[in-house]
Design a binder for this molecule. Structure first.
Ligand SMILES: [Zn+2]
Length: 260
């Protein structure tokens, strides 16, 4: 049976002199892996080798989902299809690779997430607009949170994940003075899957204490757009820790995100 879909390439490896095995995140079918026979031949049905982050319309056979699908057509979307801007900036490229790695590892084959497809496409489009590093990090953080939400692991960020006490206001009052006497203690715990208050933190040995700006951003995601680089780096470090706990290993690309 031939299946048509919209797809973004999230992994491409050489299979032979002339063929590749490609992993696509598709809109209607979720993640699929397919063999692209002859894709490396100068005159192939795919206009040359298929590159990571290329996107467009694909046709594939998936008669037996236990085996690799066979890609029969790939028509790259013109204009926005090649994300040529990614290659020019190593940090942007690494963020895109990191997002693709998380998407690959956190989703299952043939498990459709059309909204996640759209948010990944939007992330790639926005990331290639060569905006500043803060903006890219903010986009990456928001993409990671939407990924967690889509796969059913949305962290609790608007109250204590354990006792449900304290709304956003009490967790992070807008009038809060970081130099004042009553510094609210707010933590993130992977085990609790969210924010943890001072009363509960003792039960969660894996907790990480958050700075006030980081806690504010997490409880009100609109603040991420205006956050300082230091705060964004702190939140990204918490998310990398969280994905490491969820996956059982550190994502391969993680070391390229926070080193600079
Ligand atoms: Zn609590």
């Amino acid at each position: 049976m031939l299946t048509k879909d919209l797809a973004i390439c999230i992994r491409a490896v050489d299979y032979s002199e002339t063929s590749q095995i490609v992993t696509f995140f598709t809109k209607a079918n979720g993640k699929i892996s397919a063999i692209a026979k002859g894709s490396k031949r100068p005159k192939s049905a795919f206009d040359g080798p298929i590159e990571i982050f290329s996107h467009g319309r694909i046709v594939f056979t998936d008669s037996d989902r236990e085996k690799l699908a066979t890609l029969t057509e790939f028509e790259s979307a013109s204009g926005t299809g090649d994300f040529t801007g990614i290659g020019g900036d190593l940090f942007v490229l690494n963020c895109c690779y990191f997002a693709a790695e998380l998407l690959n590892k956190m989703t299952h084959d043939y498990d459709p997430h059309p909204e996640l497809f759209e948010s990944f496409l939007l992330f790639l489009q926005n990331a290639t607009e060569k905006e500043n590093k803060n903006r890219i990090l903010a986009l990456l953080i928001l993409f990671q949170l939407s990924l967690l939400k889509e796969v059913g692991l949305q962290p609790v960020l608007d109250c204590c994940a354990n006792c449900k006490k304290s709304g956003r206001v009490e967790l992070a009052p807008p009038s809060f003075n970081p130099a004042g006497p009553n510094v609210p203690e707010i933590y993130f715990s992977s085990t609790a899957n969210g924010i943890i208050c001072r009363d509960c933190e003792v039960s969660f040995p894996d907790k990480i204490r958050l700075s006030q700006p980081a806690a504010n951003c997490l409880s009100n995601l609109k603040q991420i757009a205006q956050a300082k680089e230091k705060t964004l780096n702190e939140i990204e470090a918490v998310l990398i820790h969280h994905f490491t706990e969820l996956l059982g290993h550190k994502p391969k690309m993680a070391k390229h995100i926070l080193k600079a």
